[in-house]
Design a protein around this ligand. Structure first.
Ligand code: CA
Ligand code: ZN
Length: 301
């Protein structure tokens, strides 16, 4: 793939102060390479976190300045292709992740890639479903390290952030200053050990402003469903936020009566974990597009 941005064009915090490395027009296809979350430092099982340069972890490629975007705009990013190029790496680290107390030995394992799978320890074949862990725009002010998810996007580690999905963000600064990285060739919901199959990759996407008010962001759409993605210090806070945001979307944006929205959220909606291992924890609430359509609502295209 000919790239507009190679993976060395990386930044480590979403901020209005990081200078853009590429300017694109709305609707223009952008091709970019991404590093794995360790910037390719773990190449063999002998490379462990003990020797890692932490200052270059969680790189995102960019920032990309999207012409004609201004604070408050709703930006839709269409992921045309999310492709893992491999190999992938995983780590188990004592004291880290949800099983840090049980894990006593530090381990790095490299996963080979076939055309559409990753191979765990030459034994278990896992179908690839490449996704981007980090994706977002600069906040209006301040600096948010790429390790941290939030209202701007960031390290959400949501398995739905894959080929065919569209992400919606609220633009914080002129040009949006978009970036993405931290691709996983495969990952389970929760990311419980602290990582997925961390892989370098290639992404094709396009971004444009959508004339729609009140969409709670970050927001995701794919062929089947829409989802709100929320992050907070605890899972309790995160899920309450996700439910409140989805209810707000269904009533205020999609025009459903409150009780219909609430009942349908319980009937056909799904609350799911994205990740429980980052500085803030992330969940999502999914709702089927077919039901939105029954209510006469479709997201503008
Ligand atoms: Ca991540
Ligand atoms: Zn990752």
């Amino acid at each position: 793939m000919a790239s507009d941005l190679t993976r060395d064009k990386a930044f480590f915090a979403f901020s209005p102060d990081v200078a853009p490395v590429l300017r694109v027009n709305q609707g223009e296809e952008v091709r970019l390479e991404t590093h794995d979350c360790f910037s390719g430092q773990l190449k063999t099982s002998a490379d462990t976190l003990e020797t890692l340069d932490w200052s270059i972890t969680n790189p995102a490629t960019g920032p990309v300045y999207i012409e004609g975007t201004k604070p408050g705009d709703l930006l839709r990013v269409d992921l045309l292709e999310v492709k893992a190029t491999g190999p992938s790496v995983m780590v188990a680290v004592p004291g880290v992740g949800t099983m840090g107390e049980q894990i006593t030995e530090m381990e790095t394992t490299i996963l080979k890639h076939t055309v559409d799978s990753v191979i765990f320890k030459d034994r278990i074949e896992v179908k690839q479903k490449p996704m981007l862990g980090v994706i977002g725009v600069a906040p209006a002010q301040g600096e948010i390290p790429n390790s941290t998810p939030g209202g701007h996007g960031g390290n959400m580690d949501c398995t739905l952030v894959t080929t065919g999905a569209s992400l919606y963000f609220t633009v914080g600064v002129e040009g949006a200053l978009f970036g993405c990285g931290d691709m996983h060739a495969a990952m389970g919901d929760g990311e419980v050990v602290i990582c997925g199959a961390e892989t370098p990759g290639e992404v094709r996407l396009r971004a444009s402003v959508v004339p729609l008010a009140g969409l709670p962001t970050p927001f995701l759409e794919n062929g089947e469903l829409v989802a709100v993605i929320t992050s907070a210090e605890t899972v309790d806070e995160a899920y309450k936020l996700a439910i409140a945001r989805m209810l707000e979307f269904l009533t205020d944006v999609a025009g459903m009566p409150t009780n219909d929205a609430a009942l349908l959220m319980s009937l056909v909606g799904s609350l799911k974990f994205c990740q429980v291992v980052d500085p803030l924890l992330t969940v999502r609430f999914e709702f089927p597009k077919s039901v939105l359509k029954e209510y006469g609502f479709e997201l503008p295209r």
